[in-house]
Ligand binder design. Structure first.
Ligand code: HXC
Length: 515
């Protein structure tokens, strides 16, 4: 056939990327090639490539002599668990995966297609940044991508997997996507690298400490998921995708509808989780695991702001987003990081029709200058705003404390939750009974012959009069006080009833969340 020889030659060149020596160097660093990564990420044989014959237009610095097919990024459509996704995978063996005008055009074309057909976008990032030989055209390419990240936000899920360098302005594309995955030791993200940091602030810091996976998982909270190697990381992306819908107009494809709860949904072990003393911590993971389908919990940002848990799970096979205070860490208090972490998660779930399950054991907001000076007013308001704005089915269960403003914030009835449950041991009040008694009965306690006994008496009195869940239930702020063992059953039933919840579009352009 005419043209066969040329086809074979070009096809081979496009598959080879930067050549054997550079591929070997990539492997030596513990990194895979762009195509090897796609093989792990996508269902076998599902990848349909687009743009393998694209070449760059740079005529400077000798690049015009090289025929670089594909221009350092592999783009196309594939499937994950049978669901179509749009994916780009940067090839570090071709000019360091650097982003040229045409490299950007390939990504932009893919993003436009993903939006047209309503499928998630996944970017495997491994790039030295803007192609130095090109100048402003590569900067323009970045801006074209940023613009589409914003246009696509809330319409299709966007996932960034950082598998090498991601520095300078390039970090802002992942930052605007919904989920960031990083690989330990071989990936890093920062706006300015260690050399610039040293020049400007005289700090000496390694790439790993400045912007490695551990740093972003524990200190900045920028990475939602981190894994020790690329294989595990890509398998985790597949796992996450199983919870998500393809776009905001369709429900997640997991499960086959909410089923009626049966005897197997009773969970007697939950009766034993909360200790008798309200100051003794317990691990909220036990409650989360007890309520969700077995082995269905995928925690997000597990090492950041550990005083709040967020993540995906399933109930009768359906995806739910879970937000839960964690009494094991800082007594489950809300602080700046916890509020920001949970707020963004709530907004993702709301954008993609994922029902919210909120578990509450919160003693209030964390006091202190550090918190105030770092904006706990605005940050706490983010979470309040996110819940109040959410139109997906919302169920709350108060397992123990719900004190002060944090009671209102944590998906209370007053800000639009649909079902609000509490366990019999719940304490719902302006503040903890001891603190409250010490203030309002101050003089009585001070003038008593036995102040300690009087304080205990007053604590009991306050608990009964103000902090009991039955007070809140008598006002309809709690819909039902339920037994821990029956909670899964009751929540399942609530979600089943709520699935017809309709979203009524508002005439306003958009609200003004306290960012
Ligand atoms: C063109 C690049 C490149 C780039 C790397 N290469 N970065 N080519 N443009 N930005 C090429 C190298 O010349 C080399 O080619 C190959 O990729 C591998 O690079 P090495 O340096 O050998 O690899 P390594 O030692 O692993 O170091 C990786 C690196 C380093 C840390 C990323 O290459 C580096 O510092 N690159 C420059 C990073 C940078 O300053 N980028 C511009 C940032 S500004 P050969 O042929 O030898 O294999 C920016 C602005 C974005 O990105 C703004 C958006 C708004």
């Amino acid at each position: 056939m005419k043209g066969l020889e040329q086809y074979r030659e070009r096809h081979k060149a496009s598959l080879e990327g930067g050549g054997a020596a550079r591929l070997e160097a990539q492997h030596r660093k513990g990194k895979l090639s762009a195509r090897e990564r796609l093989e792990i990420l996508l269902d076998a044989g599902s990848f349909e490539e687009m743009g393998s014959m694209v070449t760059h237009r740079c005529t400077d610095f000798g690049l015009d002599k090289d025929l670089i097919l594909g221009d350092g990024v592999v783009t196309g459509l594939g499937k994950i668990n049978g669901m179509t996704v749009a994916v780009f995978s940067q090839d570090f063996t071709v000019l360091g995966g650097s982003l040229s005008e045409t490299h950007a055009e390939k990504i932009v074309k893919l993003m436009d297609l993903a939006l047209r057909i309503g499928v998630p976008l996944i970017g495997l990032n491994d790039s030295g940044g803007a192609r130095i030989q090109e100048g402003v055209t590569s900067l323009a390419g970045y801006a074209d991508i940023f613009y589409r990240n914003v246009k696509a936000s809330g319409l299709i899920p966007q996932i960034s997997v950082i598998m090498g360098p991601c520095a300078g302005g390039a970090v802002y594309s992942p930052a605007m996507t919904d989920w960031i995955f990083m690989v330990e030791k071989t990936s890093y993200m920062f706006v300015t690298g260690p050399n610039v940091v040293k020049t400007v602030t005289h700090e000496e810091v390694s790439s790993e400490d400045l912007g490695g996976a551990h740093t972003h998982a524990t200190r900045s909270g920028i990475a939602h998921f981190t894994y020790p190697n690329e294989g595990e990381c890509l398998m985790a992306v597949r796992q996450l995708m199983a919870y998500l819908p393809p776009n905001c107009a369709e429900p997640p494809r997991s499960g086959h509808g909410w089923s009626e709860p049966g005897p197997g949904d009773l969970r007697p072990a939950l009766d034993l989780v909360v200790p008798d003393s309200s100051n003794t911590p317990y691990d909220m993971h036990q409650v989360v695991q007890g309520l969700l389908d077995n082995d269905s919990w995928m925690e997000v940002q597990p090492e950041f702001a550990e005083n709040i848990l967020i993540g995906f799970g399933r109930m009768s096979g359906q995806t739910v987003g879970v937000v839960a205070n964690q009494p094991m860490v800082l007594a489950g208090v809300l602080d700046n990081n916890a509020s920001k972490k949970a707020a963004r998660f709530v907004r993702f779930c709301d954008a993609f029709r994922i029902p919210l399950l909120v578990l509450v054991d919160v003693p209030g907001f964390l006091p202190g200058t550090d918190q105030e000076w770092n904006g706990i007013i605005t940050n706490g308001a983010k979470l309040l705003y996110a819940f109040a704005e959410a139109t997906v089915p919302r169920v709350t269960l108060i397992t123990r404390k719900a004190y002060g403003g944090a009671y209102d914030v944590m998906n209370s009835k007053h800000i639009g939750a649909d079902f609000n449950f509490a366990w019999p041991c719940a304490e719902i009040a302006v503040m903890g009974p001891k603190g409250a008694a010490e203030i309002i009965f101050k003089s009585e306690i001070a003038s008593s012959n036995n102040p300690e006994e009087t304080l205990n008496q007053k604590v009991n009195e306050y608990t009964e009069k103000f902090a009991s869940p039955y007070i809140a239930a008598s006002r309809g702020f709690i819909d039902e006080v339920i037994l821990p063992s029956e909670s899964r059953k009751r929540i399942l039933r609530a979600f089943a009833h709520l699935q017809s919840k309709a979203y009524v579009p508002s005439p306003r352009k958009h609200g003004n969340i306290p960012l």
